[in-house]
Design a protein around this ligand. Sequence first.
Ligand SMILES: [Zn+2]
Length: 509
Amino acid sequence: MSITLYRKYRPQKFTEVMGQNHIKLTLENEISSGKISHAYLFSGPHGVGKTTMARILTKSLNCRKRQKTEPCNSCTSCVDINEGRSMDMIEIDAASNRGINEIRELREQVRFVPLKENYKVFIIDEVHMLTTEAFNALLKTLEEPPSHVIFVLATTEIQKVPDTIISRCQHFNFKKVPLNEICRHLESIVSKENVKVDKKVLENIARHSGGYLRDAVSLLGQILTLGEKEISEEEALLVIPRSNVETIFEFLNYLFKGQTAQALQLIERFMEEGGDIEFFTKEVVEYLRKILLAKTTANWQELLWDLNKDSLEELHSYLSEIKIVDLRKMLEYLLEAMSAMKQAEIVQLPLELAIIKISELNHDSDQNFPDQPTKDIKNPVVTKKSQEKGNSQSSVTLAEIQNKWQQVISDLKKHNHSLSTFIKGARPIRMEGLSLVISFKYAFHWERVKDQKNKKCVEEVLKKIFGQDIILCGEIENINFKKSKSESGQKDDKMIETVLETLGGEVVS
Ligand SMILES: [Zn+2]
């Protein structure tokens, strides 16, 4: 069932591939410009779409009715590939065909002119498993590939692939898929399967998969075998354990905000419900470590496997004014607690003490926090002002972005001409934490830009130029769609709704 589900909903077009935007973009550019490489190397973990991408590439190159760069999936070439009977796509599993003879045989095949003047694509999966002799034979083929032959080598262990092979290939490194995108894929599957699955369950699945799409779909498959038309959180627990992640982040947020009482209550509740506090503390330490690394390196990517984009932005907002040194101290206190727990009579006591110590951090570094604590929040580690603003600061300033705006447009032009035209008519107006807000004259320009693929493309260009993740937000001139609903209140929401209905837009998020 699970494998079937994965095959059934395997992405069939570039737009359907989750994540891997940089790779899609490059491949699509190559296809549209006709500058195809003869050897590709796809590296990265299991189940993130390497062979799927290779199949889509093959289809696109040989499609009779290609729409821009997308395969039509209905012509004979596409259908043959989809049904696994194409002569133009040869998949070889190097794990079971690792010897010289297989590669010799492959070299013979390469010599044949492919049918119908199509591209013949050889996909060698797990290429690192080949023997040295086989690699040498392969290398000879890669040195002089006939013009109609393309190799796609896929591997989960790039370090085992000889440099001589790597240097002959265009190398793409596939990444794990962010939580949001996995959820989106799972949502589309359950809706097509006509089953109702609680959103929390899907998020939990995505988290358990750790960013590996295939694992996520396979877990979903197991849940769907329960056979219900509607699957609740409780039922899903039969297949996968509840993730602690939500509780962990709730706990960390209390610590960051200095809500000591709430943090202590959470621990008490967790114990009452029979939770494993040692494991919990270990997980908290692990996440705090990730947060510390993310804050130090300004790279939040790792956290995207565990958190959806909204939660991540919320986390940013708490962290904006916490100093790295305080995070480090928090981590030290929690580590101490973790080791003390092993001998503790009252197992949660070391953690409770750590919480108190963390709450006192504020006094050691009062100068870091100019605002006074508010009444309902004891000893906040973060100033209240920063929480209200909901901002974590980007090290890139608006002025820097404005100065290099022309460069953004011209870099964008290289990737996507029409997209650069839309951006040209817009202007960067402010930074909101890690988000850059740009103002558009026309709603339909923003409509086009905010399309998942386009937005990613702009964000990637921004990242390349400014060296950090910048989230793109849009505003239409004279209509201020505020991001945060809590600030606008219900009345404003109603008004926005009316405006949106009139203009046919939606709130930018
Ligand atoms: Zn086609």
